[in-house]
Ligand binder design. Sequence first.
Ligand SMILES: [Zn+2]
Length: 358
Amino acid sequence: MKGNIIVFEGAGQKLQQQEREIPTLKSGEVLIKNLYTTICGSDLHTFSGIRKEKTPTVLGHEIVGRIVKIDKDHPEVDQAGNKLLEGDLVTWAIFCSHPQQDWLDKGMPQKSDDLFKYGHAKITDQDAFHGGLSEYCILRAHTCVLKVPNELPLPIAATINCALATVAGAIRLAGSLNGKNVLVTGLGLLGNVTAAMSKVAGAAKIIAVDVNTDRLNGAKSFGADFIYNSNDEPNLSATLAEHKIDIVFDMSGSPDAIELGIDSLRTGGTAIWAGAVFKTRKIGIDAEQVIRKLLTIKGLHNYNFDDLQYALSFIKDQYLNFPFSDIVSKEFPLNEAQDAFEYAIEHRPLRVGVKMDQ
Ligand SMILES: [Zn+2]
């Protein structure tokens, strides 16, 4: 059996479609027919050279697909204990490793040794089906898999294992949001999901800050009560301070936004940083302010298995209550992946989708 993959050789080079023989499954592996992949911000960073990846590779890690075959050594249950069958729609963690108890105990399996990451691995002769821009994906043994309900639209389901799960991790780190005032900086998909999850978690007021007015207007329908364009507001940290911010989530990675968030927190506040997954300048923090205001700063990279489960249960319950059906603004077939990336870079929508033949 053969399948097509889209090969990325490096920034500035055109994506190439290649047909490859699908290898026989190894112990504990699962063969997936990819159905839909959304292009994540980090894919765009790699594509445009802001971020380096070992090449050649198959990009795309926000994937949803159906099980084609399960190796006999697989336990045949998902992370929630549901029986897995051929034909099931599934999402899976973007990372996997041999289970390592110390990292599991810390709630950080995403930092295990010898981690493998889907959509980030170098292609070899034997191993090319590990990304989203591909007709098939082979899930390695011990990959955290979750069954997805068939009624969940594929463009939404695709975002579970990166955007939604990462925000679920950020929300976990924040603790209870009930009655809290929340600031979100950076209103891409992560920022919008943060607003929606905060709203559902009972936040009293959600304030959104970005440099793009269209994105800010969109954020209102994801739960933002107040929006500010940081380019238009000369004294924004004073304005934000009046909102008595308890929690700030930075989803932008912008050093200016991160500094603004810290400056805007009230006493006892917490900053959660999840956006800066690329090199930025060092930020300036006033240590005296952190001490006197008893501030807490936490970083989040990827997510753990509980976060992935939370992301799935959140979207199952909420996908009709917020405009999740609008997050993909344009869809391309797999053999037009190059156009999909170019469109995403030119128009910067929340997501561009790549739809595989079903
Ligand atoms: Zn991602």
